[in-house]
Design a protein around this ligand. Sequence first.
Ligand code: MAN
Length: 216
Amino acid sequence: MYKFAAYLPPSLVSFIEDRVISVKSYLEEKGILPKADEDSSSESKAVTQARDALKTAQDSVTSLKNKLRDQRADLEQDYGPGSIFRALKGVCITQDAGEYTYEHCFLESTKQNQRKGSNSVSMGKFSNVGTTTVEEVNTAGEVVNVEKMTIEYNRGQSCWNGPNRSTKVILECGEENKILKTAEEEKCVYSMLVTSPAACAGGEAGNDAPRSKDEL
Ligand code: MAN
């Protein structure tokens, strides 16, 4: 086959060459082959476009997968009975008390922020929604056990010679989201008494306005 063209009539060779040139320029025009004046290492427009489209599609798959992962985590998150605390996630309330400002961000964290200075100590990260029994004096003056909802936070900043800080937020029905009292029950074990409309009877039945006023 060496110098095959040399054995063909010149008219046939030039005919074939013309056909090759016209097919090549057609393919270049359509972007299937790189243009002759382009660097031979560069790829054709069609390949670049296909690569860009693939990258865009891959990026969108990654972003959808991330969204799905977040939605799944959200479905597994404990928002309390009837998901009553869902709307409060990330809502932060504070209370000034002595040298600290205590902070409660619903279903996220509790903090002890120094009022003079910027030191902030984690009193725990959200762990679970639960219940606790507290003693209350009823209208007849008797001490009775009442079950209250709690939001618990643990794995806070470690305490010198003690446990990692933790907080039990005890909820009461009230018109406002408000910290009434913060106490250190034991070293680095805190309790916070918090009022919220979400803790009012009937709140778990849906997102209707709390029925506390009727009941009172
Ligand atoms: C800080 C505060 C206190 C805590 C001590 C423990 O002063 O977080 O609440 O009892 O550290 O060393």
